[in-house]
Design a protein. Sequence first.
Length: 376
Amino acid sequence: MSHSQDDCQEHENGEKDYRSLNAEQLESKLKTLVSNVAAIFELSDEQCLKLLQKYNYDKERVLEEGYSGEDALKSVSVNSETSENNDRQALINDYVTKSRYLKWCPNGGCTRAIEADYADIRTVRCSCQLEFCFSCDRGAHDPVPCDLLAHWLENDNHGSLEKIIFESKPCPKCGFLIQPDDKVHMKTGSVWCLNEECRQQFCWYCGVEWVGDHYDCEDFEYPVNQKHEKLKSDFKRYSRYHGFFTTQKENLGMEEALREKIESREIKSEYLQETLIKLLDCFRTLMYSYVLEFYLNEECNANIFKQIREDLQTDSAKLFEMFLKLEEVDDSIATKKIIQEMGESAVKKRINLLKNCAEEMKNDNWTFDEHKFIEM
């Protein structure tokens, strides 16, 4: 699997590939869209609105149909199931909901929508300052692609896997993993394979097939099962990345406590709030970078990526330690400068990390494999 998405999301002239729009701007956009289509087909605005609604407000799709004005009118008359509700807000809601280039900001108190230049754009920031992924509606998750993150989250059952793999034993005949919960059987050591096609009886302690009476198994060693050993090895690798991911997730969970530390200071320092936002962005990027690396194929050259991340990890840890000891931090100009420079240094490394990932994926230098996840 390869990904070629460019995460920079800015044109060479510095303009972003998306915009945050309020209700008035959305209404203006819709009116302009309707007027443009009306001019092409020489139909009324109402007729063209119905035509656009049929094609989810996608002007290109309408034009690709090759309609004449008469054909377009017939298409609307015969096939359109759109209601004639002309309520302003209802039309705006329909426009944003159906268009693949528009999405409402998921911030509950925000009434704005994001308009993107292309549907598979990733991280966007609304005017309310909330960042989210335009493609999958989750929170911002650069640098990991949407499909890999979805796979990670759907299969994230670390505790269950650990219990299954390390508290189970394979049947010596068919390899089926057994977790006996029968205390009587555990006391005697006699266990039956739960695989209906096998049903082998064996000793839980030494793995010997139970034939007749079985007494002393101290001289026996549980037979090696290659599949089970691979499961253990795969789990250790998964556990390593899961630990890195969880650590950064826990750091993000410290946001409220750190904000309270800032608010509790006698002198209200806006620069601390701004630096905290930068630190949280670094934690988020680090967290998702481990998901990306988990799936990254071994033959891919990721040395630069790993070095930048190590530097980012170092800067973030130093800044985090400063926030944890905020009560010991004075409010001198020199201290303010040091903290701001620490924040800027971390931000630069974060941006470099995202640029490196975007470039490698855009050039198809990196490939990913979902099958790296533990298959039970």
